[in-house]
Design a protein around this ligand. Sequence first.
Ligand code: PEP
Length: 255
Amino acid sequence: MDKAKRKAIIAGNWKMNKTPKEAKELLTAIAPLVADADCEVIACVPYVDLATAIEATAGTNVKIGAENCHWAASGAFTGEISTGMLKEIGVEYVVLGHSERRQYFGETDETVNKRTKAALAAGLKPIVCVGELLWERECNITEEVIARQIKLDLWDVTEEELKNVVIAYEPVWAIGTGKTATAEQAEEVCAFIRAQLAKLYNQDAADAVTIQYGGSMNDGNADELLSKVNVDGGLIGGASLVAEKFAAIVKAASK
Ligand code: PEP
């Protein structure tokens, strides 16, 4: 399958930024700038912004995602949010396994897998993040790390469910650091991810999966990164908080 047939997806990951009022302002600025986009446009926002974000983007082509979800339907999990809560208010996507969750909040491949399975069962589309640490790259074990994450994070995800999974390749050393992977490095690992998916499922299933690159993608480097055949979009942190920068990335993905 050639790249043109895969859905290009540009998703903003707002992290712990923007109050509901600020979220409304930012989305109101973004929506008209991306109205003609020829790719999927998503804003993944803090939990308390979700309802406002969904209201502010009603009738536009901007979709809303959450930044995490729990695997249980309900229960004694103080501070957590269930897939049912997200679905009921109209959330479509959910970022899972972000390196900041893995690094600061004890997220493991096992919990990423549980969240992924729960999200899919609820009809949410998970954006599953994988990526190597700097020292893992320096030790030349990037492929080993990525292969393990892909296998474990997608454990027991069926071929049918895979159609609703987005993978984000996010080298940890490039997130929020201003250090972008070169387009060649991004392509090399995104192609490797697709090859792993082909091994776990089959080539057709792998060819249909949208694989994003994330890590200091911005309006200056998006064109080159997105020109690569296995880079189908971007997960954008810092640059997604500035309407014009985010819109420029969406434009680059729309070519
Ligand atoms: C991210 O948070 O997923 C990310 C890629 O951040 P940044 O674009 O700021 O590096």
